[in-house]
Design a protein around this ligand. Sequence first.
Ligand code: ADP
Ligand code: MG
Length: 221
Amino acid sequence: MTNNIVINKEFIVNSLKEMAKLSEEQRDYWTSLDSDIGDGDHGINLSIGFRGISKELDNLSNNTTDINSLLKKAGMILLSKVGGASGPLYGSFFMKMGAKYPDEEEISYSDFLVMIMDGIKAVQSRGKAEVGDKTMIDAFIPGYEVLENYQVGDDPYKNFAQFIIEMKEGSDSTIPLIAKKGRAMRLGERAIGHRDPGSESSWMLMNVFYKELLKRRDENE
Ligand code: ADP
Ligand code: MG
């Protein structure tokens, strides 16, 4: 049954591990995007942050029974280890994700979507960026709207695939923009023609959740 997805601690641990792998793989690419319109450290920042999470992950998952504590700790590591703007932003994302579900060891797909939406809201309330400011919000908000419209009975895999497509297109939409938030602001019109690095890393990180969902589907088939 495709709709009976259960999100548990193992799912979150695997996702965080895969995000750490992704951050190593994409480190130079994300950094190069940031070299174009920022200070060239976005990939370095995320790899430092997720290395910190990886190092603590076994410890965290052995000592934590619920999803919320795990996500909260991962968020705190990002917040404390990463110097750039993206550390506190992604840190808030993970710290806020599980807040509505304290003590839960398993949640449903719908609850998982609420978690992601709460994470996105946290990024927006910390960074105060709007769509069109040329930040990760340009990717997150179009994705948010897909999650918001999910109804029980809809195909979760299609829903999450659409979430990723909208985020990706949101990232593409940053290319022609002038930045109104973050370091790229200083460049004015010179930012035009360049993709915002955080909009790229954000859809790629969310795509890790998608791949983990697909693994579960394939295991259940
Ligand atoms: P820094 O800009 O401090 O060097 P990073 O390079 O790690 O930090 O991250 C830059 C990314 O952070 C940008 O590409 C953008 O997506 C995101 N960002 C910066 N400021 C904001 C903000 N106020 N709201 C949302 N995202 C932001
Ligand atoms: Mg930077």
